[in-house]
Design a protein around this ligand. Structure first.
Ligand SMILES: [Zn+2]
Length: 160
């Protein structure tokens, strides 16, 4: 496995809609593993392929709870309900945190690494992480949804 370099804003690849994945080969499996390693190495809870410079609809999410590692290929939100507001950051925007309002619950349809369809339901923070990564695959960055940015002292209190 290999750690990939994170692409930072304002790289053009971050603002483009990514391409659908059509080939489910060993290269894809290695890519998913590399993306997961890269996410963990950077203390992230999610990573989308455009963030390593690859314009493909591939994302990994792991918020460190019982949901475990989630691999999403060509994911689509098919249902969204409720509302949540909370802090959000992004590996492509180091040190930047903003308050973002999103649906609380989502149901997502995606393909796994073998090309097999599955559905996943999530609410709360897991739902937020999944929505953030799916946004990346459409070229949508969290900064376009921020209500307000947190100041340094607020971040310290949140970490505290
Ligand atoms: Zn992000």
């Amino acid at each position: 496995m290999a750690i990939k370099a994170i692409v930072f804003h304002p790289a053009a690849v971050l603002s483009q809609a990514a391409e659908q994945v059509t080939v489910f080969d060993n290269k894809l499996k290695k890519l998913l593993s590399d993306m997961y390693e890269t996410m963990v190495e950077n203390d992230g809870v999610g990573l989308a392929a455009p963030q390593i410079g690859l314009s493909k609809k591939i994302a990994v999410v792991d918020i460190g709870e019982e949901s475990g590692k989630i691999e999403l290929v060509n994911p689509v939100i098919i249902e969204a309900k409720g509302e949540q507001t909370g802090p959000e950051g992004c590996l492509s925007f180091p040190g930047l945190y903003g308050e973002v309002t999103r649906p609380d619950y989502v149901k997502v349809q995606a393909l796994n690494r073998h090309g097999k369809p599955f559905e996943i339901e999530a609410s709360g923070f897991l739902s937020r992480a999944i929505q953030h990564e799916i946004d990346h695959l459409e070229g949508v960055l969290f900064t376009s949804k921020v209500n307000r940015y947190y100041e340094a002292h607020e971040l310290e209190e949140m970490e505290g």
